[in-house]
Design a protein around this ligand. Structure first.
Ligand SMILES: [Cu+2]
Length: 247
């Protein structure tokens, strides 16, 4: 009568999954600036949570499958199985309890993602804004003051960066894997994304929307620099721009 324990195992799974949610949501947030929404850390937690949950679920199903394979294997040639007779209550129990367990987890994760996304869509007020125009097959960044750069976005570290974008030809998509952000850019429309480079360093940029022949080479990078180095870089670019305009 070990079969009786299976619904109990499902319920146990529910508590394991619920437990991982609380464990990963209790970790501290240590963002430098208080106007940065929790979504920055929240998406990291959610990602980890999804990974833990699919691992727990995957291992559970693998173990159950192996157990069934061994228990119900054919032991002699010509052996026929005896189908199990289930009561009406058992049929409903078998269908509803596992659905309840796994859908509860899915809906919980889905709702968390939705509320994080809602808070993400309001960029922090302290954001530094950079304009982006994408075209086949490069990224053009324009900084306040008119300085332009191609395929290399220099940003000050420790500040949220807001990228407002459009496209001059077809649909492209700005994807920054390290910050888990992606947004389409398209002609006739202005879209945005923002990210928070906490520290100095380099990060890959790539186009995530098939946009023609050289789509796969439409890559670039973000260079997060210390604020004073960024300021002097921008100032020297601005001076060069002025000299060019004056000439
Ligand atoms: Cu593209």
């Amino acid at each position: 009568m070990r079969r009786r324990f299976y619904p109990l195992i499902s319920l146990l799974m529910f508590f394991v999954l619920a437990g991982t949610s609380f464990a990963s949501s209790e970790e501290g947030h240590d963002l430098a600036s208080s106007d940065i929404p929790d979504s920055v850390e929240g998406f990291k937690h959610l990602w980890r949570e999804v990974m833990i949950d699919i691992t727990v679920i995957g291992v559970f199903f693998a173990l159950v499958t192996v157990y069934f394979l061994i228990t119900y294997r054919r032991k002699r040639p010509g052996q026929e199985g005896r189908p199990v007779k289930l009561s009406r209550a058992a049929v409903f129990g078998w269908a509803i309890i596992p659905v309840f367990v796994f859908m509860a987890d899915d809906l919980y994760l889905g709702a968390q993602g939705w509320s994080l996304w809602n808070s993400y869509r309001t960029p922090p007020e302290s954001s530094y804004e950079i304009q982006l125009q994408s075209s086949m097959w490069s990224w053009k960044f324009t900084y306040p003051g008119g300085v332009e750069s191609y395929n290399e976005m220099r940003v000050p570290a420790g500040k949220p960066i807001l990228v407002r974008m459009t496209s001059s030809d077809t649909i492209h998509s700005l994807f920054i894997p390290d910050f888990k952000v992606k947004e389409d850019s398209m002609p006739g429309r202005i879209t945005y994304l923002w990210f928070y480079p906490k520290e100095t360093g380099e990060h890959l940029i790539t186009c995530a929307e098939y946009c023609g022949m050289m789509h796969s080479s439409m890559a670039g990078k973000i260079i997060a620099m210390e604020q004073d180095k960024f300021d002097s870089w921008l100032a020297s670019e601005q001076a060069a721009l002025k000299a060019e305009e004056g000439a």
